[in-house]
Design a protein around this ligand. Structure first.
Ligand code: 5GP
Ligand code: ZN
Length: 113
């Protein structure tokens, strides 16, 4: 059994509210949403962060963005606007070391830092 939280969600060993799934990605609601829409999009393959993913699985980053676009449509923020965000490393606030793309929307978002 993996000790990576998001690998365990991908394996359905831990529950999550899944909103979209493809062959290579899984999208589920953040457990502590920072906006009315806050969905996490992860690659099914493990990589510690988004940049590591470019080596581990070239091309899957494209899949993450494609899934994020689908999520934005089904969550009704595609037109109003939304934020796509990768926290990369501790100083950036990354807490789960499995690459993940935040999809945030549904309200006017403030500055980043
Ligand atoms: P990070 O801070 O690493 O960029 O983002 C990790 C995100 O994962 C946080 O927004 C946090 O709320 C979310 N998260 C942490 N644990 C869980 C969990 O068990 N389930 C879900 N759905 N989200 C989680
Ligand atoms: Zn993982």
């Amino acid at each position: 059994m993996s000790d990576c939280l998001f690998c365990r969600i991908v394996a359905r060993e831990l529950p999550a509210t899944v909103v979209h799934e493809t062959d290579t990605t899984l999208a589920f609601r953040d457990i502590a949403p920072q906006a009315p829409v806050h969905v996490i999009v992860v690659p099914k393959i493990h990589a510690t962060d988004a940049v590591a993913l470019t080596t581990t699985a070239p091309g899957v980053l494209d899949d993450l963005f494609r899934t994020a676009g689908e999520v934005a449509k089904t969550e009704n923020v595609a037109d109003s606007g939304y934020r796509l965000l990768f926290n990369t490393g501790v100083e950036a606030g990354q807490t789960v070391f499995h690459a993940h793309l935040h999809v945030l929307g549904g309200r006017r978002l403030g500055p980043l830092a």
